[in-house]
Design a protein around this ligand. Sequence first.
Ligand code: ADP
Length: 439
Amino acid sequence: MQRLGRKVLFGHVLLLAAGALVGWLYDQVVVGLLVAALLGLGWQLRQLLKFEQALRDKHFGRLRYGDGIWSQLYSRFNYQRSQSKQNKKNYRQLVKEVRKSTNAMPDGGIILNSDFEIVLCNKAAQRVAGFRRRQDRGQRVDNILRDPTFGAYLKKGKFDTGIEIRSPIVEGAWLHCRIVPYGADQLLLLIQDVTERRRLAAMRRDFVANASHELRSPLTVVSGYLDTLAEEENIPANWKRPLAQMQIQTGRMNKIVAELLELSRLESAGEARRDEIVDVCGLLAATKKSLAGQDAIPQVVVDCNSRARLQGSTAEIESVITNLLSNAVRHTKEDGTITMSWTSDEAGATLTVTDTGIGIEPEYIPRLTERFFRVDPGRSREGGGVGLGLAIVKHILERHGATLHIESSPGSGSSFQCAFPAERIAAAPPVPITGSTVS
Ligand code: ADP
């Protein structure tokens, strides 16, 4: 038994003994014991009532007094109370610090519940996107950010990437919005002002487009003269080789300029058109046909497993197929095989170009769609590549809401998969009824 317990027990035994002794003096031991027990009980009750009163009045000063187990109880209670006061103070301080730091953030931060209702937001959210910290609490966030793209983003519920929308409060400003789920059902919406970044990107785009445009006319003149010179019969024999090389190089420059202009056009255009229906299977067959007559190229197989058609730009999808096929042809030996397939399911449709060629080292795969990136620049140049083909493919796919997935293993071949979302798939045409007409 603990020391305090022994002390309490001893005190009570002493009281009962005193009661018994006094009772014995008057020949009333039981009465004496009873009176002593009642006195002990009464005192305990008084202490209990005092404690209860102090709790009710929140007047804890008087709890300093007491005796035995009560004094211990009071001091422990007072200690716990002061501890909890200190904890509360620390907690308040912490909340203050968190609030101060989130308010110092340059980007807007908004905490949303699972119904996309605003729970809290920082000062930057007010400055960048016009959120009002008190009034907007409990409102659905798409009541404040009314851009349809943002509404579609919430509806889709896929938050692994962000989106860019126009600012609801500043004309010409752009915001990058990204939702990050956390905790059980909480979401954090991060809003960043990307106006400056977009302006710089537009400047770079314009510069490349203008420079390419300016280069086009002189290049056309130079190529024209070179072609004329090459056709000249009286030209000295030692000029023939340099002339042929100049023709190859101007041809290459023309290709670079044309592809840079095409990239600029794709970058500045928005979403791809939806009013045109693309017959992907037909395009695959036509692209295969265009290779007919070329020597020393691998076997090309078209595998059309779906009749699904695409809402998009025929010219652009054709450019995707041509780029992927010409890459596959350039990187596959003539005894290899290239398979172009078109499949669909309820999630969308996929265009795949697979080859049994040289393959690509895994570390290069994430860089393939960068402009002018080539795994082997010398080899690519020899084959007529300028390093812009896959950048064009990526942009065209983005405009169609599609993604490019590349799988490759060095020495075994590569597979380029273009996955189109279901919302871009047009209803398949009815199967033509075949039969003979009896006249
Ligand atoms: P290029 O004009 O050089 O072909 P691309 O942008 O089309 O430029 O391709 C970038 C690089 O990706 C190529 O230089 C090549 O190294 C690599 N590549 C593309 N397709 C294939 C493929 N099917 N097999 C192997 N490497 C490929």
